[in-house]
Design a protein around this ligand. Structure first.
Ligand SMILES: C[S@@+](CC[C@H](N)C(=O)[O-])C[C@H]1O[C@@H](n2cnc3c(N)ncnc32)[C@H](O)[C@@H]1O
Length: 180
């Protein structure tokens, strides 16, 4: 039997925003700092875009990047579309599976994924898809949370970036970036 495409249980956009929204918004900014500046007219894929925090943060930073948010959950895609307001031609949101990204190879200058890969049982297939749709020389980057125990161990190794979760049990993120 084929592996499920996702272990994530999507609720509705409002519920996600209440629970995770403030973390996603903060992480989105740190992730964009980590992933480097977006050049003029870059085409960017936000893989597992959820309710759209990363895509919208990107749109605020870049006047002319073209951003596509892709997510498995139609409810989140619908929420992201409404959040973006529909009047911004730079932003597009679509339903799709990270393991079968519905774009030809070398479609994007930047492929970013915030807090998604750990929900994909076939994560290597998703990473292969990230590479396939990234043009040569593109930046591909992802964040996944690490457990608190692992974060404590890794503190001594100076992670590239961390977000202090104050009193929340939110796990610290781990960052990874490569050039395709
Ligand atoms: C924790 S949420 C993160 C959403 C968003 N990136 C953020 O930071 O707010 C995980 C997201 O990954 C999406 N997801 C999980 N498996 C997926 C897959 N195989 N393909 C596309 N999206 C997937 C879920 O629908 C969900 O929106």
């Amino acid at each position: 039997m084929a592996a499920a495409a996702s272990t994530f249980t999507a609720t509705d956009g409002d519920a996600y925003e209440r629970q995770m929204g403030r973390w996603s918004r903060r992480l989105a900014e740190a992730f964009l700092d980590f992933a480097g500046p977006v050049a003029a007219e870059e085409r960017v894929l936000d893989l597992g875009c959820g309710t759209g925090s990363l895509s919208l943060a990107l749109a605020r930073r870049s006047a002319d990047a073209r951003i596509c948010g892709l997510d498995f959950s139609p409810a989140y895609v619908d929420y992201a579309q409404r959040r973006a307001g529909g009047g911004d031609p730079r932003l597009e949101f679509r339903v799709g599976d990270a393991c079968a990204i519905p774009f030809p190879e070398a479609s994007f200058d930047r492929v970013l994924s915030l807090l998604m890969l750990h929900f994909v049982p076939r994560a290597p297939a998703a990473v292969a898809e990230m590479r396939r749709v990234a043009r040569p020389g593109a930046v591909a980057a992802a964040i996944r949370p690490v457990t608190l125990a692992a974060a404590v161990r890794s503190r001594a190794r100076q992670p590239v970036a961390t977000i202090s979760p104050s009193r929340s049990p939110m796990p610290r993120p781990s960052f990874a970036r490569s050039r395709a």
